[in-house]
Design a protein around this ligand. Structure first.
Ligand SMILES: [Ca+2]
Ligand SMILES: [Ca+2]
Length: 142
């Protein structure tokens, strides 16, 4: 009887250890999952593309284009933008198919305004708020 009980206690101890390990793994996984958002930055935008984020300060869902784009799931949800297109300026339009009101960012080679971390405040890329309005975007020459 005592042998059986001892085996049972050992089994219980193993179960507790296993539970502890699993809990630790979940905590570790959560930390890893939140790390990218904490380190989000416009520098994450690939060279020769323009990036658009749903959140301010280059956070949230990020999309990019290397020629032009008509937004679908992020339509009217963009709150920060960056043009890393080097030699081309980029324009972002209120309407689909590149029409309507727009804002334009310069390119890194030319310098000047190449990004806007907060489209809602009417400074940086545009004199009036342009948050949650972008529906399409394209690179433009000149
Ligand atoms: Ca729009
Ligand atoms: Ca702004």
């Amino acid at each position: 009887m005592s042998v059986v009980r001892r085996a049972s206690q050992v089994g219980g101890l193993r179960a507790r250890i296993a539970t502890t390990i699993i809990t630790g793994a979940l905590v570790g996984g959560a930390v890893v999952a939140t790390a990218p958002a904490a380190s989000a930055a416009f520098q994450d935008c690939l060279f020769e593309t323009s990036c658009l984020w749903t959140g301010e300060n280059y956070t949230g869902t990020r999309g990019h284009f290397s020629n032009s784009v008509v937004l679908s799931t992020t339509n009217n949800k963009i709150n920060s933008v960056y043009n890393n297109g080097r030699s081309l300026r980029a324009s972002y339009y209120d309407n689909a198919n590149h029409t309507g009101a727009s804002i334009t960012l310069n390119n890194p080679t030319r310098g000047g305004q190449c990004r806007d971390p907060k489209l809602s405040n009417g400074i940086d890329a545009n004199p009036t708020p342009f948050h949650n309005r972008i529906s399409s975007a394209t690179f433009i020459s000149g």
